[in-house]
Design a protein around this ligand. Structure first.
Ligand code: NAP
Ligand code: HSE
Length: 428
């Protein structure tokens, strides 16, 4: 092994993750020679604002000119940690066309343009690696692409957003208010710059699109994933869930059915004895089911500076090894099938329904009748009588066609005894 070999890279972005990657690369130092067969030089760091005060890296490394990196033929790895679609899509495409390998943590980009970028990587014999784009330090991309390639996977279900898992854990365990928990998650660096993507389920939607594409060898894009976030979950829902033996989690779920791929993101009541129920705080976990592999779960830190940097550096080391062995582009796109994504409403779910009705004879019977008429069978019912003539009803259904449940909900909302439909949450 040539111990003097140096591989040169550029960082695009020096925010939470970019500064973590720089720190980790410096910390690894010469250890990289043992791990990867060469040392790594971060030659340039692209940022938006050159006037911002930066700590931890030589000021001479910073630039706001992408062309300085693109045109530097010695730079073999571009590490994209800016986020968003543009200019990331342009820079990654240009880097690949110039024969540079790319490592990215950008799920927004991968979930919409993964197919196009992987094709570019293939055409140019380059690596495009994106382990950190899903579940931070949890090595789920490699697991799905390589370790589980021998199994036919049928389900991937994940807690893949650290911010919302942190908020739900704080609301559930210490009765923290939603806003306070969100503020704390932002302070800890888990949340996106605009946390709407976290709390509305878009971030999880991007991650489940990426995982479903790999797990089922068929491209799923973010635009095909119906998403619902956690903003409507109340302390009361959490309490009822607990009483029924569940915890509430935001799940990204993808299933391969006979007639297509079912994929969505929404809060769910997860049975307390399911492995996903015990995943707390900002931890992420991905539960996988397949034929030969049976069930497996992968868990770890899904967000934050160093956990995400750890996944990025794992990819960088892999690319370095490929450069040394002349084998870049070895693991490209694995979407060789074309399975349709099922339409919203044509999928099956169990539901938790909480409503406020006038406390008079026949109210429960009427609701049960509407559900029954729409082929929605009831598994459990709980009624709490309040003092002002309004009763709270909680119903858990069996697994039903979502369209049938939605049809019954439309009728239930219009009933004269109905005061309010307070919550509708799916049950895992
Ligand atoms: P961040 O803290 O907002 O940092 C973004 C960095 O990119 C900043 O240094 C910014 O420059 C630079 N940048 C943005 N737009 C640019 C442009 N047009 N030209 C040049 N530089 C630009 O973001 P982050 O949290 O590190 O996230 C980076 C990526 O990792 C995103 O794709 C994110 O989804 C992903 N990710 C993040 C986490 C996490 O826990 N934070 C976890 C997994 C994946 P300035 O400093 O000059 O503003
Ligand atoms: N905002 C994301 C989260 C960061 O909370 O999980 C990791 O992608």
């Amino acid at each position: 092994m040539d111990k003097r070999r140096v591989i040169r890279a550029a960082l695009l972005g020096f925010g939470t993750v970019g500064s973590g990657v720089y720190l980790l690369a410096s910390r690894l130092g010469e250890e990289l020679v043992n791990k990867a067969g060469a040392s790594l030089e971060i030659r340039r760091i692209l940022v938006r604002n050159l006037d911002k005060k930066r700590e931890g890296a030589d000021p001479a490394l910073f630039t706001d000119n992408w062309n300085e990196i693109l045109e530097d033929e010695e730079i073999q790895i571009v590490i994209e940690l800016m986020g968003g679609i543009e200019p990331a899509r342009t820079y990654v495409s240009e880097a690949l066309k110039a024969g540079k390998n790319v490592v990215t943590a950008n799920k927004d980009l991968l979930a919409e343009y993964g197919g196009e970028l992987l094709e570019l990587a293939k055409q140019n014999g380059c690596d495009l690696m994106f382990e950190a784009s899903v579940a931070g330090a949890v090595p789920i991309i490699r697991a799905l692409k390589q370790s589980l390639a021998g199994a036919e996977l049928t389900e991937v279900a994940g807690i893949v957003n650290g911010t919302t898992n942190y908020i739900l854990t704080k609301m559930s365990e210490v009765s923290m208010d939603y806003r306070d928990a969100l503020e704390l998650a932002m302070k800890k660096g888990y949340a996106e710059a605009d946390p709407t993507a976290d709390v509305e389920g878009y971030d999880a939607g991007r991650k489940i699109a990426i995982m479903a594409s790999i797990a089922f060898n068929s491209r799923v894009t973010f635009s095909q994933v119906p998403t619902e976030g956690i903003t409507k979950i109340t302390a009361k829902d959490i309490q009822y869930a607990r009483d029924f033996g569940y915890v509430i989690k935001l799940l990204g779920i993808a299933k391969k059915e006979e007639d297509g791929i079912e994929v969505k993101v929404h809060p769910m009541l997860v049975p307390e004895d399911h492995p996903l129920a015990s995943v707390r705080s900002s931890f992420n976990a991905v539960f996988v089911r397949g034929d030969a592999c049976d069930e497996a779960m992968f868990m770890g830190r899904g967000a934050g500076k160093m956990p995400t940097a750890s996944a990025v550096m794992g990819d960088v080391i892999d690319v370095m090894v490929n450069i040394i062995h002349g084998s870049c582009g070895r693991m490209g796109c694995t979407c060789y099938k074309n399975i349709p994504v099922k339409e919203e409403g044509s999928t099956m779910s169990k539901y938790f329904l909480r409503v406020q009705v006038s406390d008079r004879p026949g109210a429960l019977a009427n609701i049960a009748g509407v559900l029954g008429n729409n082929n929605v069978s009831i598994a459990q019912v709980y009624q709490k009588r309040s003092e002002n003539g309004v009763a709270e009803l909680v119903i858990i259904t069996d697994r039903v066609m979502e369209r049938n449940f939605n049809d019954s909900l439309t009728v239930i909302r219009g009933m004269t005894a109905m005061k309010e439909v307070s919550s509708v949450i799916r049950v895992y």
